[in-house]
Design a protein around this ligand. Structure first.
Ligand code: AMP
Length: 173
């Protein structure tokens, strides 16, 4: 399956110089979507995973279907102000300014083996913050899984020692 071929590159979005990797074109292709999900499900079936943590918002699309297929709980890591109940919060640096990600305090239990899922790994700042939340709840991050990785931005190094799995890599950023 040529996954790269179904991901649309949109130059200069949302600002000049960014090569935006658009997964909406992947989602329009049912074979590509199924292939993507199956890659993750096949990988994690034997790893005794107890929860999928999906990162808002495109991580929800993939993470929810992976959790459904693995028959394991789905945890939402959401942007600031969206979760209604008691939560923990982690802020992380963006290119300009800060962003905040949150998780409900009762979303994970001590010792649960967790995979964190997002659509794309760039600098790794987002998922680093999610890893901190997972550890705060005493769960165990096993791996971070992405559809797309931009290796030039070295997110994989930021996330060390957490293993990183990605289906396709793009060299332009
Ligand atoms: P980072 O925290 O730098 O790893 O950025 C990851 C988050 O930003 C992911 O949730 C992506 O959806 C989004 N993102 C960053 N760069 C891009 C890009 N070039 N194309 C599409 N999404 C991106």
């Amino acid at each position: 399956m040529d996954l790269k071929g179904v991901i649309r590159n949109v130059p200069d979005f949302p600002k000049p110089g960014i090569q935006f990797k658009d997964i909406t074109t992947l989602l329009l292709n049912p074979q590509a979507f199924q292939y993507t999900i199956n890659c993750f499900v096949d990988r994690y079936t034997s790893l005794n995973i107890n929860a999928i943590v999906a990162v808002e918002s495109r991580g929800f699309i993939f993470g929810s279907v992976i959790a459904y297929n693995l028959k394991c709980p789905l945890v939402l890591a959401r942007k600031k102000g969206k979760l209604p109940a008691e939560k923990i919060t982690e802020s992380f640096a963006l290119e300009y300014g800060w962003d905040t990600i949150e998780m409900h305090v009762d979303a994970l239990k001590e010792g649960q083996r967790v995979v964190i899922v997002d659509d794309l790994l760039a600098t790794g700042g987002t998922v680093s913050a999610v890893v901190k939340l997972v550890k705060q709840l005493k769960a165990i991050p096993i791996e971070a899984g992405f559809v797309i990785e931009l290796p030039a931005l070295k997110g994989r190094e930021i996330l060390q020692p957490l293993p990183v799995f990605s289906l396709v890599q793009f060299d332009d950023i």
